[in-house]
Ligand binder design. Structure first.
Ligand SMILES: NC(=O)c1ccc[n+]([C@@H]2O[C@H](COP(=O)([O-])OP(=O)(O)OC[C@H]3O[C@@H](n4cnc5c(N)ncnc54)[C@H](O)[C@@H]3O)[C@@H](O)[C@H]2O)c1
Ligand SMILES: [Zn+2]
Length: 369
């Protein structure tokens, strides 16, 4: 049995979230979860995964749960952002009903951010909230989506518009899962890690600048350190502002205002992280235009994105009016004003809601060339 002491713990809701980051973790999920639900004879666990991840890792997690005394059921969704929908959510509820799930069920997400956002929202709402665990399998989910308890589905009018805060009780990160991930998704996940560095600490940006080869080659020690640093950093922010009320957590939205609009308007043809990379670059250029950030830092941000082979140009371009319209329904809008996280320096973000549309247009269109 694994050492049950978590690598990182955070308290942002009623129950603590405990996070493990270790190669081989998938085989330990059952025993860890069993220690959380130790008051029930044969608890039920519903594994939610997708068609790509299920065949690769589903058996390992189901066996681990079974060995630890869980009855198990499985719900497999089609891969991709389109599955973060009310229709697929309804199917998950159907599986819960079929398995006779009650309030003691544990929902276990195995996959990337799509699976954990969807399964998380099902956990938040099934019988007004049940225990939720995540086994993230993408870098995006390892460094960002699995931490902090944001869960959501999309509706045709906008991304993540229907959701809830619901903290996972257990996050079991097995960095070995990344070996089967498309390298494009490794690079996309790095956009969120670069985001974390840009909004918190220059030394973490330096770390990225000197570790790109080790990260992209998926060196065990480097990737484990990368994930741990991101988990600690995000846990710290989430602990200070769990439900995004004081502005502290809002900083994590750096690059996401324009990024989300690009993501929706391209019909999810680009990865989430690729859109965040473009959004961060646009936000930096906007910051420079407003006299907040110097040109050398903007160039440095562009270089680090290029170092991780992330896009720095939007090709083909997307119509500016569509982007502006999509941005206005962003959840972070307040009183009809779009909020931007801008940068004054690496590690020094600022939230502004007084940005002239002409400046936004200029920053967005700078991505065309
Ligand atoms: N809740 C949050 O705080 C938060 C934070 C960041 C992003 N997100 C959300 O996360 C989603 C993006 O997540 P993502 O980038 O993980 O995408 P994803 O879940 O769509 O996974 C990307 C692709 O990789 C496949 N895959 C996953 N793990 C694999 C593995 N180990 N081996 C082989 N293939 C694998 C998936 O089937 C999918 O096709 C977006 O919807 C975004 O809004 C949420
Ligand atoms: Zn993101």
């Amino acid at each position: 049995v694994v050492n049950t002491k978590a690598d990182v713990s955070l308290l942002a809701g009623a129950v603590p979230s405990r996070v493990w980051v270790r190669p081989g973790m998938l085989a330990e999920v059952g025993s860890i979860l069993r220690s959380v639900v130790d008051n029930i004879a044969t608890p039920l666990a519903l594994l939610v995964t997708d068609d790509n991840v299920g065949p690769l890792y589903g058996r390992r997690v189901l066996d681990s749960l079974g060995d630890a005394g869980f009855r198990t059921a499985e719900h497999v969704i089609p891969p991709g952002e389109a599955s973060k929908s009310v229709a697929v959510l309804t199917d998950v509820y159907g599986s819960l009903l079929n398995a006779a799930a009650d309030r003691e069920v544990v929902i276990v997400a195995l996959g990337g951010g799509v699976v954990s956002d969807l399964a998380g929202f099902a956990s938040a709402t099934w019988m007004r909230g049940v225990c939720f665990a995540i086994c993230p399998t993408t870098l995006e989910a390892d460094v960002d989506a699995s931490i902090g308890g944001k869960t959501a589905v999309n509706i045709p009018g906008g991304k993540n518009l229907v959701g809830a805060f619901h903290q996972p009780c257990v996050v079991a990160i097995d960095p070995a899962c990344l070996q089967t991930l498309d390298p494009r998704d490794i690079r996309a996940g790095m956009a969120e890690s670069i985001k974390h560095a840009l909004i918190t600490a220059e030394d973490f940006l330096v770390w990225h600048e000197s570790h790109s080869a080790g990260v992209l080659a998926l060196e065990d020690a480097t990737v484990t350190e990368l994930i741990l640093r991101n988990v600690r950093l995000k846990a710290d922010i989430v602990t200070r502002d769990a439900e995004e009320r004081t502005g502290v957590r809002m900083r994590l939205n750096f690059g996401h205002t324009i990024g989300h609009a690009i993501e929706e308007c391209c019909g999810y043809a680009l990865r989430h992280g690729e859109c965040v990379a473009l959004g961060m670059l646009a936000a930096c250029r906007l910051s420079e235009r407003l006299g907040l950030l110097d040109a050398a830092t903007v160039a440095r941000v562009q270089r680090i994105l290029e170092q991780f082979q992330l896009p720095t140009r939007l090709n083909p371009p997307i119509d500016t009016d569509r982007i502006l319209t999509t941005m206005r329904v962003d959840k972070k809008s307040r009183g009809g004003r779009v909020q931007f996280v801008l940068l004054r320096a690496v590690g020094d973000p600022v939230i502004r809601s007084d940005i002239a549309e002409s400046d936004v247009i200029n920053a967005y269109q700078s991505l065309f060339h």
